[in-house]
Write a protein that binds this ligand. Structure first.
Ligand SMILES: Nc1ncnc2c1ncn2[C@@H]1O[C@H](COP(=O)(O)OP(=O)(O)O)[C@@H](O)[C@H]1O
Ligand SMILES: [Mg+2]
Length: 310
C-alpha cells in the first residue's frame, strides 16, 4: 500500500529524515513510533506532498507519488498533526467543504457527510460551530475530513496529543473499527508507545530521522535480545549475596535501591523462576516479586538509552 525508499529530508545541513525505507502492507495498522523531533511529521508531510523529499521515493498503491500525485492522493486520507479546520463553520459544513475538495457534490456529498459524522460520532453536534468544540471533538472532525474521500490508506499524525481521555479512546476505537470493518490500511504516528502497542501489529521505531527498528513487537524483542524486567524486594540480604546477583545466568543488568533489586532478564537465556530460585539460594529473603514483560517503551529505552517521552 505504501513504500518508502531511501526517503530523506534535509533542512540545510540538518537531516530531519535520514534514508528511511519501509513497506506498509494492505490492510495493516502500522505504527510509526518515535520521540518528539524524530522526523515523524516530516515523513508524513512528504507523503502528503506538503514537503518535497530531498532524496528518495514514495510509492502509494503501486504508483510513484512524484509521477502520479493526483492518483496517489485519491487513495489517501491524511490527518495532520496541526488542526486544519474552519473554526466558524459547523462540523457538517467543514466536512462538506473537504468533501467538495475531493470532487463530491449533491446527494453523494450529503450522504458521505452523514456517514462520516456517524463514524466520528458527532451526528448530534453536526450544526454546532467547530470553535465551540473541545480539543478532542475538533480532532475528530479533522479525522472526519480525511475520511471524506473514503481512503484506502489513512495516515494519522499524533492524533491524541493534548486531548481528553474519552476522545482519545474514541479515536483509538475508530481506527480499529475502520481497519477491521472496512479493511482500511492505517499508519498511526505517535510517541505514546501504549497506543501503538494497542493498535499496531508492526512498528517502525524512528529516532533522529533514522529507522532504528522495524517489525512486530515479538520480532523487535528477539532481534534486539531485549530484556524483561524482574523486580524483587527483600528484607534481608548479605552484601556478599548482593554482589553476586550481577553474575547470575540470564541477568544482564541490576540496579539496587534500598531493599529493591531491579534486574534486566534475558527471557531467551533463562527462565525467570530459576533466577528467583538462585536468589533464594544466595540467602536473599524475598518479600515481593514482579515481572514485567518488555514493552515498546523499554525496547526503545534499551535501544537508545533514553525514554520516548523525554
Ligand atoms: N522547517 C524546518 N526547518 C528546520 N528544521 C525543521 C523544520 N521542521 C522540522 N524541523 C526539525 O526536524 C526534526 C524533525 O521534526 P518533526 O518531523 O516535526 O519530528 P516529530 O514529528 O517526530 O516530532 C526536528 O528536529 C525539527 O526541529
Ligand atoms: Mg510531529
Amino acid at each position: 500500500m505504501l513504500q518508502l525508499i531511501d526517503l530523506t529530508k534535509k533542512y540545510g545541513d540538518f537531516t530531519a529524515v535520514d534514508n528511511i525505507s519501509l513497506k506498509v502492507e494492505d490492510g495493516e495498522v502500522f505504527g510509526l513510533l518515535g520521540p518528539n523531533g524524530a522526523g515523524k511529521s516530516t515523513t508524513v508531510s512528504m507523503i502528503s506532498t506538503v514537503l518535497q523529499p530531498t532524496q528518495g521515493e514514495i510509492i502509494v498503491n503501486g504508483k510513484s507519488l512524484r509521477q502520479n500525485p493526483i492518483d496517489c492522493k485519491k487513495v489517501m486520507g491524511i490527518v495532520p498533526q496541526d488542526l486544519a479546520l474552519y473554526q466558524s463553520l459547523s462540523a457538517k459544513d467543514n466536512l462538506e467543504f473537504f468533501g467538495s475538495l475531493y470532487g463530491l457534490y449533491g446527494k453523494e456529498l450529503k450522504n458521505r457527510v452523514d456517514e462520516v459524522l456517524d463514524i466520528i460520532q458527532l451526528t448530534d453536534k453536526r450544526d454546532q460551530d467547530v470553535c465551540e468544540f473541545s480539543g478532542g471533538m475538533k480532532r475528530r472532525v479533522n479525522i472526519g475530513a480525511a475520511l471524506m474521500n473514503n481512503p484506502k490508506l489513512l495516515i494519522l499524525d499524533e492524533p491524541t496529543v493534548g486531548i481528553d481521555p474519552q476522545s482519545r479512546n474514541h479515536i483509538l476505537e475508530t481506527v480499529r473499527r475502520l481497519n477491521k470493518e472496512k479493511g482500511m490500511t492505517v499508519i498511526y504516528t505517535s510517541h505514546y508507545m501504549e497506543e501503538v502497542e494497542f493498535l499496531c501489529k508492526r512498528v517502525a521505531i524512528v529516532d533522529h530521522g533514522k529507522l532504528m527498528a522495524l517489525g512486530t513487537k515479538e520480532e523487535l524483542k528477539e532481534n534486539l535480545n531485549a530484556c524483561d524486567t524482574l523486580t524483587v524486594s527483600f528484607n534481608k540480604a548479605s552484601s556478599a549475596a548482593l554482589s553476586k546477583i550481577n553474575d547470575l545466568q540470564g541477568v544482564e543488568k541490576t540496579t539496587l535501591e534500598n531493599n529493591t533489586i531491579s534486574m534486566l532478564v534475558s527471557p531467551t537465556k533463562r527462565n525467570v523462576i530459576d533466577i528467583v530460585d538462585d536468589l533464594k539460594n544466595l540467602g536473599i529473603k524475598l518479600t515481593s516479586f514482579r515481572y514485567d514483560e518488555v514493552n515498546l517503551e523499554s525496547i526503545f529505552l534499551q535501544m537508545t538509552g533514553k525514554s520516548l517521552r523525554e
